[in-house]
Design a protein around this ligand. Structure first.
Ligand SMILES: *Cc1c(COP(=O)(O)O)cnc(C)c1O
Length: 447
């Protein structure tokens, strides 16, 4: 069977110009182990993008697989309104120990975007039911990404995904996000006082009163090109939110579960959001699941006699799916028994050292920024002026294709190369993947 041809006959792949598949047909993956994926011809690919940032502890991790298997022999799914099950309750008990203070009420969804929709609706309804019906707008950062359903796309800011849909999206008040690589205040990430917060201050003064919530990707704007900004900025946003009675929604879908070196990115700022969205790493990349977790205070605004009509009437068929919960529990068991978070600082530092030593001196590398295991290499035309490459050349995509030939899944964001490997990557693999990526880059751009 020609699996590639059969695929192209039927399947419309996500986030792809399908014409590109004429020259680069889909790679048919048969199995995975650790950070490796193997295609039907036995060729190995190193997965340093964690299969869209969700694989946390390696492919086919035996402990998660076992938990999934055992759960599937007991209960695969049950309606979650008026019914519950041990895996869901256990998950909340385990997760609450890791969460920023005050987050204690869990609402389940089956993908990240849906959890964002929940967070937005929940925030609006909270204000509506607590005497502030004028609070019906949202604030978000420029260059943000929060998913691709209509609400999530509205608060996101990337034209690549949103431009065409603007006529049907919500209007959002957009705060200019920190841009630490090309800082307009002439500062650098390690020694600034987040002077750029004035952009947010102005926005709060202008429309804080009519705003229900501000949504952010804490510390790391992933899809924007792995842009890293300082924890102090989040602290200052938290203060503004408190002053104007605006909820802070932390979209930790990509940053949660140790990706930034701590359990959550908010932990770096010691900030508790009013609502936190999790997905991706939540099940270790095994099952689609998300949660929007909130405070007792928000929960209480919905708690009343049925006929008052205050309930949160939001549901997803697969909410609280037991198989997904079982995987999520296995992930947290591994975090506990293997002390995963304690192992991160050393591994994170080592990986950054390896990446910097290899890439930093290259003539087209503008910056190597990092947080946790995430290392991003911003390619530029001119190192001194930071002038970007001509995006029409699709340099990142050319490098991606070279890397694939070598057996590395790199998938750059525009002209930003990045690594976001599973947390279990070994030192040997760190060297291997960095060398492969560097050679791919040099073959396109020169040494
Ligand atoms: C992936 C992602 C989402 C969307 O999650 P989906 O499961 O793809 O809908 C939202 N926000 C961030 C920060 C993400 O990385």
């Amino acid at each position: 069977m020609d699996w590639q041809a059969e695929d192209l006959k039927y399947i419309w792949h996500p986030c792809s110009q399908m014409k590109d598949y004429e020259t680069l047909p889909p790679i048919v993956i048969e199995r995975g182990e650790g950070i490796n994926l193997y295609d039907i011809n036995g060729k190995c690919y190193k997965d340093v993008v964690s299969s869209w940032w969700c694989n946390l502890l390696g492919h086919c991790n035996p402990r998660i697989t076992k938990a999934l298997k055992e759960q599937s022999e007991k209960l695969e799914h049950v309606i979650f309104a008026n019914f519950t099950h041990k895996p869901a309750v256990t998950l909340c008990q385990k997760l609450v120990k890791y969460l920023p203070e005050g987050l204690c009420k869990f609402n389940f969804a089956d993908n990240g975007s849906s959890s964002i929709e929940m967070a937005l609706k929940m925030s609006f309804q909270y204000h509506y039911q607590t005497g502030n019906p004028q609070k019906k707008r949202f604030m978000a950062l420029s260059d943000g990404y929060h998913g691709e359903t209509i609400g999530a796309l509205s608060v996101g800011a990337l034209d690549l995904y949103a431009e065409i849909y603007k006529p049907i999206l919500l209007e959002v008040n957009r705060i200019k996000a920190p841009d630490c690589f090309r800082c307009p205040y002439g500062k650098c990430r390690d020694n600034c006082q987040c002077e750029c917060i004035e952009q947010a201050q102005k926005m709060f003064e202008h429309c804080g009163e009519e705003t229900a919530a501000l949504i952010i990707e804490p510390l790391l704007q992933g899809s924007a090109g792995m842009r890293v900004y300082p924890p102090l900025y989040i602290k200052k946003l938290r203060e503004l939110c408190d002053k104007y009675n605006v909820h802070l929604i932390a979209d930790e879908i990509a940053t949660g579960y140790g990706r930034t070196g701590k359990m959550f990115a908010c932990d770096w700022a010691e900030v508790s959001p009013d609502i936190m969205c999790l997905s991706k790493g939540l099940t270790g990349g095994y099952m689609p699941m998300a949660v929007a977790i909130t405070t007792q205070k928000i929960f209480d605004a919905f708690y009343d006699d049925y006929l008052k009509g205050k309930a949160f009437m939001h549901s997803h068929t697969y909410a609280g799916n037991p198989l997904a919960c079982a995987c999520a529990n296995a992930v947290l068991d591994i975090f506990d028994t293997d002390k995963v978070l304690d192992t991160l600082p050393a591994g994170n530092a080592l990986f950054h050292k390896i990446v910097s030593e290899k890439f930093l001196s290259n003539k087209n590398v503008g910056e190597v920024r990092h947080i946790g295991f995430i290392n991003a290499i911003e390619l530029v035309k001119d190192k001194r002026t930071k002038e970007p490459l001509d995006s029409n050349l699709r340099t990142g995509y050319q490098i991606y294709k070279k890397a694939l030939e070598k057996g590395l899944i790199l998938r750059p964001l525009g002209d930003v190369l990045y690594f976001n490997p599973p947390l279990i990557i070994t030192e040997e693999d760190m060297h291997t993947v960095v060398n492969m990526a560097y050679e791919s880059m040099v073959e396109i751009l020169g040494a």
